[in-house]
Design a protein around this ligand. Structure first.
Ligand code: 3PG
Ligand code: MG
Length: 428
């Protein structure tokens, strides 16, 4: 399938004796600990293949956003270090993986690749060590730089290896380690990347009807994807702050905590959605709570959106009520779907989870539909709330769980796989 895009796949590469620089998206460390290993585990096939075919791997990922956009300062430190991932891989694969120690300038990160790393690469070539894991790519000044500065760093990275493999679908931003580097090394798509792109195609060319469910805590980052999804889908269901803002804009009500910019975006969306009236599915029941701190007896209640007259003021709305998913119309829509795309945590976690549970159970009832789950949070909540369902979903061909939620939405917004810059870069 990827041939039509001219993307070279890892299975075409001659790896014997080669040093292979692999960009992964192991951005799973929060405050110094691994939050969920799904993204790491998903890349093991690529690593195994490289070793099995005589290659020697240098791994790299970004973690968090250590660069302050305003000041340009880069914070290096334990919180965004790769060490927890390295420990995890060492234990899991029983390999000797080394992290080069480089010198950071105070608040400026690394100026570039230190020449001392050459010794470590010699050890790698001589089979004295099994692999190298570079420090957080965003600790290097060149990673997120523009133009020459970025190219300089990409070149330095390229000098470390013979081949580049991108297996970091989730890392959709065009940075030195995801895009610019392809100018300087023969570049291939890893197996995870291939799988993610193949599944993206199943959203682009869905077996209709396609039902999409999107929830989120901000409208602005998702609005363009929502426009695209509304066009593409047969039905679109909203949740979270996005749905709250939508309800405010559509029905002239007020919901506590909805910010002005979300409302502005919601108004644009309502205008746009007017042409697609029958596609937008409004969940009829929502949970209103007086407190945002927790779920306290007597302090929350179910509201029917039909009762919301113009000017109604609601307290916080923190979930879709499970009754929404018992609604006959909603059930019919999910039952009729052949493809279901979900990028959604419905409620305000950890206290309001009944919406997400009811949604996931309803989706699972449709055994025939292809169910595509996008995004770290969506996946983590499914795992936490319905561990049994998650376990079966992982191996069930009717399910696919993407490792990158932002990347899927970006791709949908662009309308083509090659709209994601790092993927496009693999075609040159
Ligand atoms: C993610 O976790 O969403 C990806 O790793 C991308 O991270 P970014 O949004 O900071 O580029
Ligand atoms: Mg993310």
């Amino acid at each position: 399938m990827l041939e039509k895009y001219n993307i070279k796949c890892l299975q075409k590469a001659d790896l014997k004796g080669k040093v292979v620089l692999v960009r992964v998206d192991h951005n799973v460390v929060k405050k110094g600990v691994i939050n969920d290993s799904f993204r790491i585990d998903s890349t093991i096939g690529t690593l195994f293949y490289i070793y099995a075919h005589g290659g020697k791997a240098i791994l790299m990922t970004h973690i968090g956003r250590p660069k302050d956009k305003k000041t340009g300062e880069i914070k290096t430190g334990k919180e965004s270090a790769v060490e927890p991932i390295v420990e995890y891989l060492k234990n899991k694969l029983q390999i000797d993986l080394k992290v080069p120690v480089l010198k950071a300038e105070e608040n400026k990160g690394y100026a570039g690749i230190d020449p001392s790393i050459k010794n470590m690469i010699k050890d790698l070539r001589d089979d004295k060590i099994d692999g190298i894991y570079l420090p957080n790519t965003r600790w290097f000044q060149g990673e997120e730089a523009k133009g020459d500065a970025q190219d300089q760093f990409a070149k330095q990275l390229a000098e470390l290896a013979d081949i580049y493999v991108n297996d970091a679908f989730g890392s959709w931003q065009a940075h030195a380690s995801t895009a610019a580097i392809t100018k300087y090394l023969p570049s291939y798509a890893g197996f995870l990347m291939q799988k993610e792109l193949e599944n993206l195609e199943r959203i682009y060319n869905p077996k209709a009807p396609l039902v999409s469910v999107v929830a989120g805590s901000k409208f602005d980052t998702k609005i363009d994807s929502l426009f695209a999804l509304l066009k593409k889908s047969d039905y679109l269901v909203l949740g979270g702050v996005i749905y709250n803002a939508y309800l405010c804009a559509k029905y002239g009500i007020e919901i506590k905590g909805i910010e002005a910019d979300d409302l502005e975006h919601a108004k644009k969306f309502v205008e746009f959605a007017a042409d697609y009236k029958n596609k937008l599915v409004e969940l009829p029941y929502i949970v209103e709570s007086d407190s945002i701190e927790g779920r306290f007896d007597g302090q929350y209640r179910i509201r029917n959106i039909k009762d919301l007259k113009k000017g109604t003021k609601l307290n916080y709305v923190l979930d879709a009520a499970k009754e929404s998913f018992a609604d006959e119309g909603v059930q019919k829509i999910f039952a009729s779907a052949n493809t279901i795309f979900v990028n959604a945590v419905m409620g305000f976690t950890p206290h309001f989870t009944e919406g997400t549970i009811a949604l996931d159970l309803l989706i699972d009832k449709n055994k025939e539909a292809l169910k595509l789950y996008g995004g770290g949070d969506t996946m983590e909540e499914l795992k936490k709330l319905l561990p049994g369902l998650y376990m079966t979903a992982i191996d069930n061909p009717k399910y696919y769980i993407f490792t990158g939620g932002g990347a899927v939405l970006k791709a949908i917004q662009e309308g083509t796989t090659l709209g994601i810059e790092p993927v496009k870069a693999l075609t040159k």
